[in-house]
Design a protein around this ligand. Structure first.
Ligand code: SAH
Length: 386
C-alpha cells in the first residue's frame, strides 16, 4: 500500500505494530509491547486495555487515555430463518452500519461463496470440511454516494466513509456471533457503501486484515465489490498484485441500460471498465466476479444475456445473477423465475460459469441492496450473542 495514513487512520485501533512502536517509544515503553497490543486487538478482538492481561497496569491505563476502546457497539442482531444474521452497529459519532453473517449452503460452499476460488494452499482440489463456512459482508461507508437506482443503500446519499479500523472492527465483532462449528471463511466488501470511493481507507483495512499478527486472512478470501470506479480498480490491482478478489457490479450489457441503472456509468463507461478488467493482474486460475442484478423488463431478456456474453468473452469471469430484491420506492421489479433460468442457461450455453445468488436474509432486510439507514430497525438491548 502506498498511501500515507491520515491522522484519523491512526486512531489506536487502526495502527500497525510499527506505528505502535513509535507511540510506545514516546511513552518510554519497550518495542515488543507494540506487537502484543496489536495482537490483542487484531487477533483476539479485545479492544479494552483493561483486559490485556500481559500488559502492565500502568501501560493499560495509558492506553485507555490514548483512546483505545471499542469503536463499535452492537445495537441489535436480526436473525433470518436461513441462518443469516444481520448486525446493526453503532459507531462513535452516531453513524450506524450493518454487516451480515451468511452461512454458506452446500452449493455455494462448493463455489466458495460464488466469489473465490477454493483450492487449498497446496493447489489441490477442494476438500470437504466438517465445519460450516460463513461469509461476512461488511460495510465501508455510512450511506453511499453512487446513487444506483435500484439500491436502498444510497437513498440518503453519503454521510461518511468508515475509517479503516471501523471496517476491520466489523470482522472482529462479528466473530462473537459465529455459532459452534462455524468458521469465518470469506469476507466480502459488499455491504453499504462503495469500497473504492475512499480507496485509502479500504486499502488500509485490507492490510490490517491480511496482517500475520492479526486476522491473517488470505487475500483470495477477501472480495472487494465495486460499482466500477476505474482508478480504484487499477490501484487495488497494483497495491495487492491482483490477489484480492474483485467483483464488479455490472448489471447491464451496454451503456444505454447501465447508465439508466447506475449513474456512475457516465463517468466510467463500459469500454473503460472492460479495459480495466482486462488489465487487472489476476493470478492464474482466478476469475473476476461479475454481479448482474436481474430486473424485470429492463435487463433480463435472452438478447441481453447474449450481448453480455459477447462483452465478457475475453475476460476470465464468473457471473453471479442476483434476482432484484424488493426495495421500497422504486418501480423496478424482480424478474420471473423463468427469465432467471433462461438468462442463466443462455450464459451457461455460451460456456460461462454462471450462478444465481440465492436470496439470503431478506426477511431482515439484509439481502443485496437492502442495507439502508433505517432507524426503525435499530433496537437497543438485544445485543448479546446467543
Ligand atoms: N458499491 C459496491 C458494493 C455494494 S455490493 C458495488 O456496487 O459493488 C451490493 C450489490 O448488490 C451490488 O452488486 C449492488 O448493485 C447489488 N444490489 C443493489 N441493490 C440491489 C437490489 N435491490 N437487488 C439486488 N441486488 C442489488
Amino acid at each position: 500500500m502506498t498511501a500515507a495514513p491520515s491522522e484519523k487512520d491512526l486512531a489506536p485501533l487502526g495502527r500497525f505494530p510499527e506505528e505502535w512502536e513509535a507511540v510506545l517509544a514516546e511513552l518510554g515503553e519497550p518495542r515488543y509491547r507494540a506487537k502484543q497490543i496489536f495482537r490483542w486487538v487484531h487477533r483476539r478482538g479485545v479492544f479494552d486495555p483493561r483486559s490485556m492481561s500481559d500488559v502492565p497496569e500502568a501501560l493499560r491505563r495509558k492506553l485507555g487515555e490514548l483512546g483505545l476502546r471499542a469503536p463499535v457497539e452492537v445495537l441489535s442482531v436480526h436473525r433470518s430463518s436461513d441462518g443469516t444474521r444481520k448486525l446493526v452497529l453503532g459507531l462513535l459519532g452516531g453513524a450506524r452500519v450493518e454487516c451480515v453473517l451468511i452461512p454458506m449452503t452446500r452449493l455455494e460452499d462448493a463455489d466458495a461463496a460464488a466469489v473465490v476460488e477454493d483450492e487449498d494452499e497446496s493447489g489441490q482440489e477442494p476438500v470437504s470440511h466438517p465445519v460450516r463456512r460463513v461469509t461476512l459482508c461488511v460495510s465501508t461507508q455510512y450511506g453511499c454516494a453512487m446513487g444506483c437506482r435500484f439500491c436502498a443503500s444510497g437513498r440518503a446519499g453519503l454521510r461518511r466513509g468508515l475509517e479503516a479500523h471501523e471496517i476491520v472492527a466489523q470482522v472482529l465483532v462479528a466473530r462473537a456471533y459465529l455459532e459452534p462449528g462455524e468458521e469465518l471463511r470469506n469476507l466480502v466488501f459488499m455491504g453499504m457503501g462503495e469500497p473504492l470511493h475512499h480507496y485509502d481507507r479500504t486499502a488500509r483495512a485490507l492490510c490490517l486484515l491480511l496482517h500475520q499478527e492479526g486476522q491473517n486472512f488470505s487475500p483470495r478470501r477477501i472480495t472487494v465489490s465495486t460499482v466500477g470506479l476505474v482508478p480504484g480498480i487499477q490501484k487495488l490491482g497494483r497495491d495487492f498484485q491482483g490477489k484480492i478478489g474483485l467483483a464488479i457490479s455490472l448489471h447491464a450489457p451496454n451503456d444505454a441500460i447501465r447508465s439508466r441503472l447506475l449513474p456512475m456509468n457516465d463517468r466510467y463507461p463500459i469500454a473503460e471498465l472492460m479495459k480495466a478488467l482486462r488489465e487487472y493482474p489476476l493470478p492464474r486460475r482466478r476469475r473476476i466476479t461479475i454481479e448482474y442484478t436481474l430486473i424485470a423488463g429492463v435487463n433480463d431478456a435472452p438478447e441481453h444475456a447474449r450481448e453480455l456474453g459477447r462483452l465478457l468473452s475475453r475476460i476470465p469471469v464468473k457471473i453471479n445473477l442476483i434476482p432484484m430484491n424488493r426495495v421500497d420506492g422504486t418501480d423496478f421489479e424482480a424478474p420471473s423465475s423463468e427469465a432467471v433460468a433462461r438468462f442463466q442457461s443462455t450464459l451457461t450455453g455460451l460456456g460461462f460459469s454462471c450462478f444465481v445468488r440465492t436470496r439470503r436474509g431478506d426477511e431482515v432486510d439484509a439481502a443485496c441492496g437492502q442495507l439502508a439507514m433505517r432507524p426503525d430497525l435499530v433496537k437497543l438491548g438485544t445485543a448479546r450473542p446467543e
